[in-house]
Design a protein around this ligand. Sequence first.
Ligand code: BGC
Length: 260
Amino acid sequence: MSGVAFGVDIGGSGIKGAPVNLRSGELTEERFRIETPQPATPDAVARTVAEVIAHFKPKAKVPIGVTFPGVVQKGVIRTAANLDPSLIGVDLQGEIRRHARRDTRVMNDADAAGYAEYQYGAAEGKDGVVLMVTLGTGIGTALIADGRLVPNTELGHLIIDGKDAEEYAAESARERHNLDWAQWAAHVNRYLQEMERLLWPDLIIIGGGVSKEYEHFVPLLNLRAPVVPAALRNEAGIVGAAAQAAEAARIAAQHAAHTG
Ligand code: BGC
């Protein structure tokens, strides 16, 4: 990939964005962050995304990708497990267009992070089945097979022992239940073993803030596939959003050239 695209990452506490160099996957400027508005109504969220974009004034041709922590289909929010439920059913892409006067591509946050790892990080150019699992407030997943992402896998909500996996193995569960690293690693292991039983990934990437502390728990995991920490850390959402938006723009242009 080449050129520049722009990424925005909507999270529970902050909305942040930056331009991304598509060749290297690096931010070309320091990211800009605004607190997520409370309540996070569709209008307030879209307005904040527009403010983040306006801070950088990207040129009209620069593709813009936006991540959201829930299921997103054609720009419409379908779930919002850890964000305001008033967003469900909303055409967030349309709302952002209204505020920013720009077209964007809104996508799931873990999908963006997984895509970034495939393009530039821990799974760069890797064939086979790559499973990315982000451990944070919730659990996000991205499934990439031979470089193609299956969007909106919600495997963080797999039911394990009658419980939503997210409540049992997310980073927030470690804090909420006061688990030490070994206890929490056992939960993560149980969860990932279930994923292996069903999906047989060739590589598992662990993302989310806790991935920078991987030496406390990754060596305790007992899984078939190699498990590696994410390479992109904090910026994976921004980078993946930008890269996916650029790829979508490239495909749309190709399509227009063929049909036009
Ligand atoms: C949501 C996913 C999201 C993950 C990480 C989960 O609760 O259902 O869509 O990717 O949290 O933010």
